[in-house]
Design a protein around this ligand. Structure first.
Ligand code: PBG
Length: 340
């Protein structure tokens, strides 16, 4: 019997995978706690934390537990914290969003007082948590989201958040012209250092499902007249160009893993740092599969976060941020070290 011959010389990329040391030598991307930002929910009038049932491990915080959780996250070295408010009362224009005594603004002031400049304090700048109809803006007489009337509300909301001490505002409502309108209001009031993290490519996604519970959303219907169509890629570079021209300091793509193609395009074209948001539904899927023993939770979490870095994101908003930063602080166990 003659040995069957192989065709030609074989190129052998496996050489670079031959040992842990060799893999470490050639590894292109890694995670750092400072890349990660936990979204947090603070609930008005709450005396105890309230678990978000569709996001096991995530809770609506009281003011005090928020301070504890944000302090712990900051001590673990996360890049910042992104704050969402859950108000007791909602109305058509989202009055609680602009009231200095509204839950989000009070929580921002409290965090800034406790943490100073130790971490980046970020505020969600959107009306949906505060409106009784649950939309991201105010409605016109026909019940449609009124873009320009909403911009006026966003300007007021931005001032309230800047005055409360937020370092970085995250306009997430997908209104046209929102970055320019907000930047102008901030500058006119002397808030030259308050930065804007624009939700640049934000899709009308079913992956936000669990978030609606997290903020007690009252939305009926959907956001398809202002958030992007999941079928479309071309709008993302257009939105990027607009946001950068209007003064965005950072830009974001959201959701995360299902939109890595969009993230990669945006990261390649963007002159400013790029973030990604691993949203509630992505978290819920990992948790549900892990709870069933179907995937290795910790490795899946780190692999998913690393994917954002590979696609070009420098920051990742993720509900795993504080936990993962804690793993780094303690020193990752050997089976997770390849992620560092
Ligand atoms: C809107 C907002 C949403 C999320 C963040 N900001 C919900 C939406 O657009 O419907 C979703 C975040 C998540 O699902 O984790 N303020």
């Amino acid at each position: 019997m003659t040995q069957p011959t192989l065709p030609g010389p074989i190129d052998r990329p496996r050489r670079l995978r031959s040992s842990a040391a060799m893999r470490s030598l050639v590894r292109e991307h890694a995670l750092r706690p400072a890349d990660l930002v936990p979204p947090m929910f603070v609930r008005e009038g709450a005396s105890e934390n309230k678990p978000v049932t569709s996001m096991p491990g995530v809770e609506q915080d009281t003011m005090d537990s928020l301070v504890r959780a944000a302090t712990e996250a900051a001590e673990r070295g996360v890049g910042g914290v992104m704050l969402f408010g859950v108000p007791e009362h909602k109305d058509a224009v989202g009055s609680g969003a602009t009231d200095p005594d509204g839950i989000l603004n009070r929580a921002l002031a409290r965090l800034r007082a406790e943490l100073g400049d130790q971490t980046v304090i970020m505020a969600d700048l959107c009306l949906d948590e505060f409106t009784d109809h649950g939309h991201c803006g105010v409605l016109d007489a026909d019940g449609r989201v009124d873009n320009d009337a909403t911009l006026l509300r966003y300007r007021e909301m931005a001032l309230a958040q800047a005055e409360a001490g937020a370092h970085l505002l995250g306009p997430s409502g997908m209104m046209d012209g929102q970055i320019a309108a907000i930047r102008d209001a901030l500058d006119a009031a002397g808030h030259l250092e308050t930065a804007l993290f624009a939700y640049t490519a934000k899709y009308a996604s079913a992956f936000y499902g669990p978030f609606r519970e997290a903020v007690d959303s009252s939305l009926q219907g959907d956001r398809r007249t202002y958030q992007q169509d999941p079928a479309n890629g071309r709008e993302a570079p257009r939105e990027l160009e607009l946001d950068v021209a209007e003064g965005a300091d950072l830009v974001m793509v959201k959701p995360g893993l299902p939109y890595l193609d969009v993230l990669k395009d945006v990261a390649a074209a963007s002159p400013v740092p790029v973030g990604a948001y691993q949203v509630s539904g992505e978290y819920a899927m990992i948790e549900a599969a892990a709870a069933n023993g179907w995937i290795d939770r910790d490795r899946t979490v780190l692999e998913s976060l690393l994917a954002f870095r590979r696609a070009g994101a420098s920051s990742v908003l993720t509900y795993y941020a504080s936990e993962v930063a804690g793993w780094f602080q303690q020193g990752l166990p050997p089976h997770l070290r390849e992620f560092t």
